[in-house]
Design a protein around this ligand. Structure first.
Ligand SMILES: Cc1cc2nc3c(=O)[nH]c(=O)nc-3n(C[C@H](O)[C@H](O)[C@H](O)COP(=O)(O)O)c2cc1C
Length: 337
């Protein structure tokens, strides 16, 4: 069984599904399993801050992809294009050198990435949460949008994906849209496609995959949490981000204080203060990855609601596609009188 649309043709993949990049979670094994499953597997370059390590991962993913064309999978690298990312240019250069096929840009101006990627025919999808940012990315020539909606894991947007996807399709009818946020079953994927998305872009459901290296505490927290256990905090990166509402998250607070808000808005301090906030936030997240650490700060989206098992990625993808097919047939059975 495979599905074909504008996106699967553009990226040469078998299914309209993307395994989204996840800071401290995505790893090489997961991306390889995603490719074996016929989807686009993504990871953030920041998971390999050391340049040599990033390069060796890219070399091995390229080797896997070129020796296994029958899987019809591909991979993408997520670059945080915000000025506060000190690794941006170095990571972009390594990706270009290794001819990464797909880029996902988040949190900033994607101009440099789009120009570099297009110099050798790679595709760039830009994370957007609103039309203003989408307009900017479109004017710079992006190849697609990632519509990041309410309840998504990570930097969730303010609008429901159904509305954001519709609105992007209305204003930019020729640009493919990937729907991100709250999708963790086949019917959810079908509803995103029905709204006009070309694929679903799922993160949280892959945190509990067998290939993910997260601690058993984090896995258990995902399996045990419901959608109302997810809260937003701006303490980790300065931008609202979804986390599980643990006692430790409550202890450090979910909102910046007045002084912090002022420092993060003031044009003179903004860049440096953001760097400081992110350094501290990333270190909190890294510590929480250590098994048994009581400082539990775990990123996850509202789609935890439907996640109840640990499975290999190939099985997750197979079940999602099967469910999507069943949901589609259910709809076909609908009588319109
Ligand atoms: C643990 C975690 C870490 C994430 N890290 C990143 C990241 O580094 N870069 C990024 O662009 N998005 C990141 N995201 C967002 C995902 O790429 C994606 O947009 C989101 O997971 C989709 O929503 P869902 O979790 O409801 O499937 C992260 C999400 C999660 C759950």
């Amino acid at each position: 069984m495979h599905f074909e649309n504008n996106l699967t043709r553009m990226l040469g993949i078998r299914h309209p599904l993307v395994m989204a990049p996840m800071f401290l979670v995505s790893n090489e094994k997961m991306v390889e399993a995603a490719m074996r499953s016929g989807i686009l597997g993504c990871f953030p370059s920041l998971n390999y801050r050391d340049a040599d390590q990033l390069e060796s991962v890219l070399i091995s993913l390229n080797a896997f992809r070129s020796t296994n064309p029958a899987y019809r999978g591909s991979y993408g690298v997520n670059l945080i294009v915000q000025q506060s990312n000190p690794f941006f240019q170095k990571h972009l250069d390594i990706c270009v050198k290794n001819r990464v096929p797909v880029y996902i840009t988040s949190l900033g101006n994607p101009k440099t990435t789009i120009e570099a990627a297009h110099s050798y025919g790679a595709k760039v999808f830009c994370d957007v949460t609103n039309l203003t940012h989408a307009e900017k990315c479109h004017s710079l020539g992006c190849d697609g949008f990632v519509a990041v909606g309410q309840g998504a894991g990570g930097h969730a947007g303010p609008f429901p994906i159904s509305l954001l996807v519709r609105s992007l399709r209305k204003h930019f009818p020729e640009v493919p849209v990937l729907a991100a946020g709250g999708i963790s079953d086949g019917a959810g994927i079908l509803s995103a496609l029905a709204a006009g998305a070309s694929a679903a872009y799922c993160g949280t459901i892959f945190i509990t995959s067998s290939e993910s290296n997260v601690s058993i505490d984090y896995t258990k927290a995902i399996l045990d949490s419901r959608m109302d256990d997810i809260v937003m905090t701006d303490r980790i990166s300065g931008t609202p981000c979804t986390i599980i509402n643990t006692p430790y998250a409550q202890k450090i607070g979910l909102h910046q204080n007045r002084l912090e808000r002022w420092l993060s808005k003031n044009p003179k301090t903004k860049k440096y203060f953001k760097m400081l906030v992110q350094r501290r936030g990333f270190s909190w997240l890294e510590k929480a990855m250590i098994p048994g650490n009581y400082k539990s700060l775990w990123c996850a989206g509202q789609s935890v609601e439907l996640i109840d098992k640990i499975q290999p990625i190939e099985l997750i993808v197979h079940e999602l596609m099967k469910e999507m097919n069943l949901a589609y047939q259910d709809l076909n059975g609908m009588a319109i009188r």
